[in-house]
Design a protein around this ligand. Structure first.
Ligand code: IDP
Ligand code: MG
Length: 151
């Protein structure tokens, strides 16, 4: 369904390194539709919830601290298979395993500073979108390019 949505975030390192525009550009050029965006320094409480599945991992505390260390650009993108394709565009979790042409493959080096987040399933996308955005902060709109992107 072209209405599938995913949560994509540019992490504090991506923001500090001036990569917001480059990352947004790739999703726009691909043909996905932006339906929500906010520039915000997330609370530790929100971040702990966002990464709750990783609570038992040794890097969990450091991860939450890093994510809270500065502003992030939080976004919701919409389109056909956007969850899976968004992850492909981001690359592997560890930039060392990410192919050139992916965001992590092109712009970063270490797993602990991998500049971007993308939901890993439709279910987690829905949870993450609800955590980061109020329903009224999401915009349903018709793109004039839609009929040139989908047959
Ligand atoms: P993902 O972001 O590709 O979905 P997850 O396994 O969900 O990867 O991990 C969430 C985030 O935790 C990663 O993007 C990365 O920032 C961080 N992370 C994962 N593994 C490590 C690690 O071994 N050391 C430090 N940070 C890590
Ligand atoms: Mg993940």
């Amino acid at each position: 369904m072209a209405e599938e949505r995913t949560f994509i975030a540019i992490k504090p390192d991506g923001v500090q390194r001036g990569l917001i525009g480059d990352i947004i550009k790739r999703f726009e050029q691909k043909g996905f539709k932006l339906v929500g965006m906010k520039f915000t320094q997330a609370s530790e409480e929100l971040l702990k919830e966002h990464y709750i599945d990783l609570k038992a991992r040794p890097f969990y505390e450091g991860l939450c601290k890093y994510m809270h260390s500065g502003p992030v650009c939080a976004m919701v993108w919409e389109g056909l298979n956007v969850v899976k394709t968004g992850r492909v565009m981001l690359g592997e979790t560890n930039p060392a395993d990410s192919k050139p042409g992916t965001i992590r493959g092109d712009f970063c080096i270490q797993v602990g500073r991998n500049i971007c987040h993308g939901s890993d399933s439709v279910d987690s996308a829905n949870k993450e979108i609800a955590l980061w955005f109020k329903p009224e902060e999401l915009v349903s709109w018709k793109s004039c390019a839609g009929s040139w992107i989908y047959e």
